[in-house]
Write a protein that binds this ligand. Structure first.
Ligand code: DGP
Length: 112
């Protein structure tokens, strides 16, 4: 499968890794939209949040266990935003489920 984030997870493409365990990989976004902009992904390929099912939902749970740890390590004690884009209308550019952690400044109040 020709998936950019699968290649990042495998190390074929370098990334600024901030966290890794058996199920989850997290790395700095190449085009940060906030002082802290990290992508958190399941190591297993899931195309988007639209593909979350009873069979793979445990991976999403693992991701959401990791997110507060990353936020703490990045000093986001004043808050942050977690975003996942889905499909064309959602402006998803990489078809591997990923959650953006955005923080390090007062974020915009509007989300769309
Ligand atoms: P989205 O638009 O939600 O699919 O977000 C994809 C994000 O992936 C976007 O913010 C930029 C980031 N990105 C794209 N290519 C690379 C890459 O090669 N390395 C890293 N670290 N991030 C990338």
């Amino acid at each position: 499968m020709d998936c950019l984030f699968c290649k990042i997870i495998s190390g074929e493409i370098p990334s600024g890794k901030v966290y890794e365990d058996e199920w989850v990989y997290a790395f700095r976004d190449i085009a940060p939209q906030a002082p802290v902009h990290i992508l958190v992904v399941p190591k297993t390929h899931i195309a988007s949040a639209d593909e979350i099912s009873a069979e793979n939902a445990v991976l999403v749970s693992r991701i959401f266990e990791v997110i507060p740890k990353i936020a703490k390590a990045e000093g986001l004690q004043n808050g942050y935003r977690v975003v996942t884009n889905v499909g064309e209308d959602g402006c998803q550019s990489v078809k591997h489920l990923h959650f953006h952690i955005l923080g390090g400044k007062q974020l915009a109040g509007e989300m769309a």
